[in-house]
Every structure is written in C-alpha cells, then in structure tokens.
Design a protein around this ligand. Structure first.
Ligand SMILES: [Mg+2]
Ligand SMILES: [Zn+2]
Length: 199
C-alpha cells in the first residue's frame, strides 16, 4: 500500500501597511505611536490560525534604503506587533521585509517580486495552491500571482475581517481548475476583488 505524501501546510500572507496596521494619514510608518493595528486584526488572525493557516507578513520598507528609518526601527515595530498579537493567542510564523528602494540599487525581494513569498513557501513547506495573500495594492496581487497563491485585495485600513470570513467561511471559492478565471467577489466592502492566480 502506497503511503500518501504528507500534506503541505497552508498560509495566509499579509501585506503590512494598510492591512495589518493603518497607514491612513501616515507616511513611512516607523514609530511605535504611529503603529495602529487595523480593526479586529487580532480576532481575524486568530480565526486564520484556528483554521490551520500559517501567518506571514511580506512588506516593502523602502524607507530604510532612503534613510528615513533603520532596519532596527522596523524590527522594533515587529517585536511590538508580535507582543500585541500574542494577547490574542496569535503567533506570526515570520515577517519578511524588503528594505531596498529602486533608486538605491536593485534587489530581488521588493514586491511585486515574489522572492520573499517563495522563500517562505520553501522554508515552511507551504502549498501555494492552498494559500492566500491579503493586500491593499495591485502590487500585492501581482506578488500573489507570481508566487502562485490566491490574491485578495482589501480596502486600505478598514480591517481584514471580511476577507478572513471569505477564506475561513468558504465565501471566496477557490474551486475550478488551474488557469481558469474564478473571481467570485463576495465581500464587497472589504474585499474589492479576488483573483485566482494559479499557474
Ligand atoms: Mg499596503
Ligand atoms: Zn529588496
């Protein structure tokens, strides 16, 4: 009798600014007082955790390359984020940040390049076909498409509760075969569109 290969894990990738924390009226968020979590973030992430998803943040932080703040500032925010989320019983598997900016040299990790997502896929044994990327920009969706995960576009700073409901509650149907368009936008306020980008 053949042994079945162990099923790979699934993950929800999250953009940071505008999705995890509010960047409304803020530019280059890097100070703790400006780091305000979006509505119901802890509860939403907990639902994803309970549904078995790894939680991974993928963020462009070009303010580092531009000298607006340091990588240490970025790490301090992320330490604070982990602490706040732990109060909800939520742990992030990893936070990947690209500190580069195209004006200061090219890199391979800045979204919409998929390298940071691909690193996570490899490191944690994640199946992209069972995974999602929640972002508030087209570049997030493009990152998702290139990495082969389903992208969900949400309105900036409004919270991800509806997107999470879509994932956990099965309202964002991922059925169909690879290559078929399957938009199924059902959460019209928070989720402006969902695109299926499987290769
Ligand atoms: Mg964003
Ligand atoms: Zn980079």
């Amino acid at each position: 009798m053949e042994r079945e290969a162990p099923q790979r894990r699934k993950a929800v990738f999250l953009d940071r600014d505008g999705v995890v924390n509010s960047d409304e009226g803020r530019y280059y968020v890097h100070r703790l007082p400006d780091f305000v979590l979006t509505p119901q973030l802890g509860e939403a992430l907990r639902r994803l955790r309970d549904a078995g998803f790894l939680l991974i943040i993928i963020t462009n932080q070009s303010g580092v390359a531009r000298g607006a703040y340091t990588l240490r500032d970025v790490e301090q925010l992320h330490d604070a984020l982990r602490e706040r989320l732990s109060a909800h019983g939520v742990a992030l598997a990893e936070v990947y940040a690209c500190p580069h900016h195209p004006d200061h040299g090219r890199c391979l990790c800045r979204k919409p390049q998929p390298l940071l997502v691909q690193k996570a896929l490899a490191r944690f044994g994640i199946d992209p076909a069972r995974s999602y990327f929640i972002g508030d920009r087209e570049s997030d969706l493009e990152t998702a498409r290139r990495a082969g995960v389903a992208g969900i576009l949400v309105a900036s700073n409004r919270g991800i509760a509806e997107a999470v409901e879509g994932i956990v509650g099965g309202r964002l149907e991922r059925g169909g075969v690879a290559g078929q368009a399957n938009p199924a936008p059902t959460c019209e306020h928070a989720v402006r569109s969902m695109k299926r980008h499987l290769t």
